[in-house]
Design a protein around this ligand. Structure first.
Ligand code: ZN
Length: 209
């Protein structure tokens, strides 16, 4: 399944998303950065309120320190998934409960330097594990190969749990191959699609792999 990150779309975001939602993709991936957990800052909730009109399910990726406040505001968009970073909290269990209390599925994410062992205690509660295959903070970076080992490890563990495996960062028509082989379920794709004028052509390239 493809989840399109629109981080790289600078103009006419609403129009572009309406164009993309007609295409063969499964989710829109909203990269939310607060300028604290990562140095970049993206949209506020107010700026993304229009996403309510979008019919594709939303996959919200919170790269923020104050997770609970963001969970509260973004829950108003009724996203399918809300994912937070294990590195940003010592209270992951409570956050997972809070996300579930809004009727959303809960995801947990790890940065490239964080081992799977850090999230083991939460695997039974989460619906999604997001493996960052670049350092979080900006789009357009190159895929880090150590993420493949993490996907394989999560795939082995997956039979005991109910989570999906998502990979985020540097995915293109080449890197998607290894991710598919190692067993990832959802591929976050940004600039490979959004930096081109013909979105559909790029999506077909990914689907044909
Ligand atoms: Zn993301």
């Amino acid at each position: 399944m493809i989840s399109v990150s629109f981080l790289g779309i600078k103009d006419h975001l609403k129009e572009r998303l309406h164009q993309l939602e007609k295409m063969d993709i499964s989710y829109f991936h909203c990269d939310i950065m607060d300028g604290k957990f990562v140095s970049e800052k993206t949209w506020s909730f107010e700026e993304l309120k229009f996403l309510k009109e979008i019919k594709k399910p939303l996959d919200v990726h919170l790269m923020v320190e104050d997770i609970e406040t963001y969970v509260e505001s973004f829950s108003k968009l009724k996203p399918q998934f809300m994912t937070f970073h294990v590195e940003a909290t010592s209270n992951a269990e409570e956050i997972i409960k809070k996300i579930h209390s809004y009727g959303c599925k809960a995801g947990i994410s790890i940065k490239p330097g964080t081992p799977i062992s850090k999230i083991l205690p939460y695997l039974k509660e989460v619906d999604l594990v997001l493996v960052m295959s670049v350092e979080p903070g900006r789009g357009g970076q190159a895929f880090l190969p150590n993420s493949i080992e993490k996907i394989k490890e999560l795939k082995k563990l997956q039979k005991n749990y109910h989570y999906l495996i998502e990979v985020d960062g540097g995915i293109n028509d080449q890197t998607i191959l290894e991710c598919k082989k190692s067993g990832a379920d959802i591929f976050v794709v940004g600039s490979f699609i959004t930096n081109h004028s013909d979105y559909e052509k790029q999506i077909v390239k990914l689907k044909n792999k």
